[in-house]
Design a protein around this ligand. Structure first.
Ligand code: ACO
Length: 324
């Protein structure tokens, strides 16, 4: 028997405050038109001053548990992908665990910036197929508004806050590509590109949180190539090809990157979930946010093949192929 990790529930949460592109026009030399046409973003949500990453994560986790028809007692582990944890330690995942009233199992954070959710899914899949957990709550949650330089128009207009969550559950499979659940994952990083996207502060350097610094155009070039490469690799590992893809649920950084990757994979944009117009780049939260929206709109049919792909600071990138 082969054990597969199947999606049992999905949920998301966006903070109440909506910031339209026009709000940046007052303080920066930018325009709604520039932001829309160069990125696809129309608005983003920012967390309230007293709202933390783990608060957003708890809302998303509760929504995913409700969607799955489960409670926190049914969960063995929590993996939370974030680069904006509440504190340096303990992990935001343990805060979520406590808030959900979960007293057993284990919880930890994964930090791979925008690729964090893909990394977290790959880790959750490994825990499930190796028998260490039967149900894992996988969360992506960020408060990027806390690490933005609001004088830098090239970065601050791109990011937003939010959270998304997935309940993965062990299920029996046959070990073929016809199984439901995660069929393959592919993870990559190349630290020699770390200067393309980083935060200029940290515990063992400045002692401050720092703000995002990015070489956008250079990153853009890496993104389309590396995302298409990882997609092809994980499809191949799954015993599938590009022609088998039904949906791409991509990291939501830039509509031109999303469209460029879909084109390379030969998929039309009506098979791609696009939500970035509503919330900008929410880093590790963006894939589960898009997955949750796609599911709530009834887009995914049982048996369809979904590809999740992301790239971010590190560089770190990867993909997950699953059968819905
Ligand atoms: N408003 C108006 N003008 C702007 C703005 C703005 N907000 N930002 C930049 N510009 C200007 C630039 O200064 C430049 O002006 P110049 O020609 O006079 O020098 C011009 O617009 C073009 O700038 P580019 O940076 O070349 O614009 P580009 O079309 O490449 O878009 C962007 C920039 C949106 C950042 C794009 O490069 C991008 O999306 N890059 C990838 C980002 C990404 O994928 N991140 C993913 C990972 S995120 C993570 O891991 C946390």
């Amino acid at each position: 028997m082969t054990v597969r990790a199947v999606v049992r529930g999905v949920g998301h949460y966006l903070p109440k405050r909506v910031v339209p592109n026009s709000e940046f026009e007052a303080s920066l030399d930018t325009s709604d038109e520039w932001i829309r046409t160069r990125t696809g973003i129309e608005r983003r949500h920012f967390a309230a001053d007293d709202e933390t990453t783990s608060d957003l994560a708890v809302h998303a986790a509760r929504a995913a548990l409700a969607d799955a028809g489960l409670t926190a007692d049914d969960i063995d582990a929590i993996i939370l992908a974030t680069s904006t944890a509440d504190l340096t330690f303990p992990s935001a995942a343990t805060m979520v665990q406590s808030e959900l009233g979960m007293t057993k199992g284990f919880a930890f954070d994964v930090q791979a910036v925008c690729a964090g959710f893909v990394y977290a899914m790959a880790n959750a899949n490994a825990l499930i197929v190796s028998g260490q957990a039967s149900r894992v709550l996988v969360i992506g949650a960020e408060t990027f508004s806390r690490i933005l330089d609001f004088t830098d128009r090239a970065t601050c207009v791109l990011f937003g806050d939010g959270a998304g969550a997935v309940v993965l559950e062990a299920a029996e499979g046959k070990g073929t590509s016809a199984d439901r659940g995660i069929l393959a994952t592919d993870l990559n990083s190349d630290g020699s590109h770390r200067d393309l996207l980083y935060v200029d502060g940290g515990v063992s350097t400045t002692g401050t949180a720092g703000v995002v610094r990015m070489q956008g155009p250079e990153l853009f070039k890496h993104a389309v190539v590396k995302l298409a490469q990882t997609a092809t690799t994980s499809l191949k590992k799954a015993g599938l090809g590009e022609q088998d893809l039904d949906w791409i649920v991509p990291h939501q950084a830039n509509i031109r990157i999303i469209a460029g990757t879909a084109k390379k994979l030969g998929l039309s944009m009506d098979h791609v979930i696009v939500t970035l117009q509503e919330h900008g780049n929410t880093s590790a939260a963006s894939i589960p946010l898009a997955l949750s929206v796609g599911k709530s709109e009834g887009k995914f049919k049982p048996g369809q093949i979904l590809l999740m792909e992301a790239i971010g600071g590190g560089l770190a990138w990867g993909s997950v192929v699953l059968r819905w």
